[in-house]
Design a protein around this ligand. Structure first.
Ligand code: ISL
Ligand code: CA
Length: 555
């Protein structure tokens, strides 16, 4: 059955770094409103806003202290309502970030829980007695250290999967669920089109809180180990959907990392818990463990191709994944998926083809469309992201030198994606008239939106072309619904596949390497998109230039 969101293109805004209108160095809702035409022009339909609720910003808004209000640094509820009105006028949709695995330690519920851990609000969280003078179990939180934090003057501990300022909400308590459903419906009533749902796979805990075998010198074990074993998340997600999203035909995208093999249909199938989930397979390539960056390994283009193919095939006949190259937790795609020294407009356009031509819903992260890259930071104090600091400290504890640790965090820091959007070549890249909350990437004079808007050969214009193809009357059906069929796997470093629709067949061929490649080819075709000016085709041989990427229609 067709859904209203199948043919849409989504865009993630990290509000703090998008556009600042009042000179306080922090992007705001008025800034987003100001740039709606830019996004419309690009072809965006759905905007996902990273959290803008009231927050002490320990984890940049992913620690919410009031779900019903806008953080003053971003603006007011009036601004939010204006944004909803202005997007509606342009046939655009807004989805917000739904962060309900945890709240902030400054949330009223948690403050009350601390005052009286045995009282009503204590039940809103997971509070347990320590084992002697040790925490209830040895699980490690995602941002390092135990998942347990002691409540002063007691032998009780509360549970936090992320930072200690992000206590986990007790999803076994019906009152908590009721509060959450009420809040979600309140927002949907306001006119939101849906949600991106944060860290949702963490809401089900194994309440026996048993120790696991340690996997590090700290005597702890990654809590993801528990998630692999625990059962019962399905019932929770089903109820969540029935009590909220279903009633509004909302578009929901779950942040789900560890869906078990063969269980994708439960998440995004016909009656799935969500409309879609992010495809993280490219992101976790080379990752041994999330949030331990020093374990990350390099990967080859063939490996990259294989994970893309595997993930695409997995979704066929089941549903639509949300396709990303980067987000606010990942390094910039241009820096991560293009080999060192090979990053240029041509290779960025090749990556853009992968973004838009996979089957699923493209989610473009702010700045990706102009080819923003990782930042270079020369000193650990200049980072802001909580997990960057933790990774740095941990690398040093595990024996890396300061230089190595700094190199490592430069490569993987979440701040890479969070530097201010590069609008033009004026001071602070035109992001703010004040002092930006996070250092602007110094390459903004070469990479910025203004330079690219009127340049028909820019990365930005290329993204527009791809999105136009996806939206064109002629090719919409095949780009949105066409099957995904891999091809040319005998060639190293070539990423090629068909999109086969009801009446049309497209083929994507990308020579994903820095040298020419000849491909035997005996089909009749029409070129639709090419990141070079021409394509050499002689005697049934395609001669592809470095990083040349083409989309052709097979006739
Ligand atoms: O990072 C991960 C895998 O690579 C996971 O450990 C983790 O589930 C993921 O980072 C969760 O991220 C989301 O929730 C966090 C927040 O800091 C991130 O920004 C957000 O995207 C806590 O709310
Ligand atoms: Ca501002």
């Amino acid at each position: 059955m067709k859904k209203w969101w199948h043919d849409k293109v989504a865009y993630q805004i990290y509000p703090k770094s998008f556009y600042d209108t009042n000179g306080d160095g922090i992007g705001d809702l008025k800034g987003i409103i100001n740039k709606l035409d830019y996004l419309k022009e690009l072809g965006i339909d759905i905007i996902w806003l990273s959290p803008i609720y009231c927050s002490p910003m320990v984890d940049q808004g992913y620690d919410i202290s009031d779900y019903y209000n806008i953080d003053p640094s971003f603006g007011t509820m009036d601004d939010m309502e204006t944004l909803l009105k202005e997007t509606k006028k342009r046939n655009m949709y807004v989805i917000m970030d739904l962060v309900v695995n945890h709240c902030s330690d400054k949330h009223e519920w948690f403050r009350k829980a601390l005052e009286d851990p045995d009282g009503e609000y204590g039940e809103y969280f997971y509070i347990r007695e320590g084992k002697g003078n040790k925490p209830p179990c040895n699980w490690r939180s995602y941002f390092g250290g135990s998942v347990w934090k002691k409540i002063p003057n007691t032998n009780k501990y509360y549970f936090h999967a992320f930072a200690k300022e992000q206590p986990d909400l007790n999803w076994e308590n019906p009152k908590v669920k009721e509060e959450i459903y009420k809040m979600i419906n309140w927002w949907l009533d306001k006119g939101l089109a849906g949600f991106r749902i944060d860290a949702i796979i963490n809401i089900k805990k194994d309440l026996s809180f048993q120790d696991f075998e340690a996997d590090g010198d700290d005597g702890l074990c990654d809590m993801s180990k528990m998630l692999e074993k625990v059962i019962g998340i399905g019932d929770m997600l089903k109820e969540l959907k029935e009590e909220t999203f279903d009633k509004y035909d909302a578009f929901t995208v779950g942040e789900v990392f560890n869906a078990k093999e063969g269980e994708l249909y439960k998440f995004i199938g016909k009656d799935g818990y969500f409309s879609s989930i992010f495809d993280f397979d490219m992101e976790v390539l080379g990752q041994e463990q999330s949030n331990r960056w020093y374990l990350n390994k390099d990967f080859t283009t063939n490996q990259l191709r294989d994970v893309i193919f595997k993930s695409q095939i997995e979704a066929l006949g089941i549903g639509f994944k949300a396709n990303i190259i980067e987000n606010h937790d990942e390094p910039r795609g241009a820096s991560r998926y293009i080999m060192d020294g090979e990053c240029n407009d041509i290779s960025k356009k090749a990556l853009a083809i992968i973004e838009v031509m996979r089957r699923g819903i493209p989610f473009i992260y702010q700045g990706q469309e102009i080819g923003m890259t990782n930042n270079k930071v020369d000193c650990i104090d200049k980072f802001n992201d909580i997990s960057t600091i933790e990774n740095y400290d941990r690398a040093i504890r595990e024996g890396f030198s300061k230089e190595e640790a700094l190199r490592l965090v430069n490569k993987f820091s979440r701040d890479n994606a969070r530097t201010p959007f590069q609008w033009d070549n004026s001071i602070n890249a035109g992001f703010t008239k004040g002092t930006p909350w996070l250092q602007v990437n110094e390459n903004y004079k070469e990479i910025n939106a203004k330079l690219q808007i009127d340049d028909k050969d820019s990365v930005l214009s290329f993204y527009k072309k791809l999105i136009n193809l996806r939206k064109s009357n002629e090719y919409k059906e095949v780009v949105v619904y066409g099957e995904f069929i891999p091809d040319l796997e005998v060639y190293d470093n070539v990423i090629a596949f068909y999109r086969k629709g009801a009446n049309k067949c497209l083929m994507v061929i990308i020579n994903y390497q820095n040298k020419e490649q000849i491909i035997n080819f005996n089909k009749t075709y029409k070129i639709l998109i090419n990141n070079y000016k021409d394509l050499k085709f002689v005697n049934n041989e395609l001669m592809l230039k470095p990083y040349q990427g083409i989309i052709i229609e097979i006739l």
